[in-house]
Design a protein around this ligand. Sequence first.
Ligand code: HSE
Length: 308
Amino acid sequence: MGIKVFAPASIGNVGVGFDILGLALERPGDEVIARKSATPGVRIVKITGHGGKLPYATEENTAGVAALRLLEHLGATDVGIELEIHKKMPLGSGLGSSAASAAAAVLAVSELLRTGMSKRELLPFACMGEQVAAGGFHADNVAPSLLGGIVLICNNDPLDVHRLHVPLGLYVAVVHPHLQVLTREARAVLKPDIPLRDHVRQSAFLAGFIVGCFTSDLELIGRCLRDVIVEPQRAHLIPGFYDVQAAALEAGALGCSISGAGPSVFALCDNSLVAENAAYAMQHAFRQHDIASDLYLSKVNLEGATVC
Ligand code: HSE
């Protein structure tokens, strides 16, 4: 008997909070199945939907490392675990694919071993797994994928994460253009220093966004969903980005920016109809640049990773 867990895709940064804000989607997402085995340690026995791109070696795989670090923490390295990873979302899309696998793996192993640990207690181990793929420690995908909702990461060490209130009616349109943007490269283009003026503006937008969430003021969220620091430095990595953003805003979206390190682009909207219109408008704008894309429409996922 195995335990199957679904963990959702997520939008890192949410435009306003580089590396410190993330939002969980309802779909797409990954599934991980954990089973006990007679061989001690963690073995990855099956991966589907990855196009041969993900490693089976436990120490190189986000789900494998997350599960292994959890076993070590539990002092249960004599226990044998087999993992199956079913990728149900695009890799390298800016939708937190590796984070979803790490989040699903820790919850599946925890449930299998009946540890009684809360998702918050499991979060550090999912982060250790995600670190393998991301090459750095930022929980803006893994925290929302595991916990659900819109999550603010106040500190990485020790982890200090907080869920924001999610206003009713908030919908997300996501368009994933068929382009490759490596997170490593998208981070390498960023200047290490920012002008004080930009810091002040971005702090005000982040604070306004958070107030907008807690007061369910969707217009304030829209006014504040702006990135004056990272988006201008990364926009050139996504051909047609400004046309896509303009199309979303013209269709009535509250705001639109790059999802995580890209290339996916997301728009927040105040109802499902606007989200659908914005998504089609964004897709059309990418098509004008000869770029095909997939779209996802979703509410904010309040559950995060769940046992199926
Ligand atoms: N916040 C990261 C970035 C991506 O924008 O580079 C996801 O962790």
